[in-house]
Write a protein that binds this ligand. Structure first.
Ligand SMILES: [Zn+2]
Length: 231
């Protein structure tokens, strides 16, 4: 029913590890990156080869993005507020939980999926707390109040709707503190100016004086948590 084979494939002139996961009876073929390995889940090797050919541009683009950006999370480590923690997994029947000590996080769970879900919840709750607190504090400084502050997984770091609802990327808690500050300042400034005009940037500079260099730095960070631990 289930088979996996390690291989390599050329992407942008580099040899990339390819994991072929064979699943009989599967209708579609799936391609994704896990860390910097390419994973193809398909019914057979012929369909895998076809998918590699059909999606070669997508693969090249995503691989370049992965190589050129700072990863905030991978199977073995996670950044939390500028500090990198190694992740150790302990698989047991225990309820999922984690301990942080020194520069390591130990995740206890009964399966890789449960461990991933636990890490997701941990990232999400930290991101919710950071965004909620910081957005309200910054909005108060300019005499506004967001109607809501939500966390979402997406490519952008943040968004602000005209009704005053702010959405912040799920990965924010993994960014360095000063970049968190910039992301929130940017969205809060939209509570006054719903555009990127000069007066908008003036509000941003009030909330985050160093915004110009932080804005450039932010471009180097990967805004998507796109990997999980190996199956
Ligand atoms: Zn904006």
């Amino acid at each position: 029913m289930f088979g996996s084979q390690a291989d390599t494939v050329q992407v942008n002139g580099e040899l990339v590890q390819l994991d072929f996961v064979q699943k009989h009876g599967l209708r579609n073929t799936y391609i994704k990156f896990r860390d910097s390995r390419l994973v193809v889940v398909a019914r057979n090797r012929r369909l895998m080869q076809e998918a590699l050919e059909t999606h070669k541009h997508w693969i090249a683009k995503h691989y370049a993005e992965i190589k050129n950006s700072i990863r905030l999370f991978d199977s073995n480590s996670i950044f939390l507020n500028s500090k990198r923690y190694a992740i150790n997994y302990v698989f047991s029947s225990a309820r999922p939980r984690s301990d942080m000590s020194g520069s390591a996080i130990t995740v206890y769970a009964n399966s890789p999926d449960a461990a991933n879900r636990h890490i997701d919840r941990m990232i999400r709750s930290r991101s919710e707390r950071i965004s909620g607190e910081m957005a309200c504090r910054k909005a108060e400084a300019i005499g506004r109040r967001p109607s809501s502050v939500k966390i979402r997984r997406y490519r952008k770091w943040g968004a602000c709707r005209s009704g005053g609802s702010i959405t912040i990327n799920y990965c924010i808690s993994m960014l360095p503190d000063d970049l968190q500050d910039y992301v929130i300042s940017h969205e809060v400034a939209h509570l006054i100016e719903m555009n990127h005009s000069e007066s908008f940037w003036k509000v941003v500079s009030q909330l985050c004086p160093n915004y110009k260099s932080l804005r450039k730095q932010l471009n180097h960070y990967d805004s998507r948590k796109r990997n999980a631990i190996s199956l």
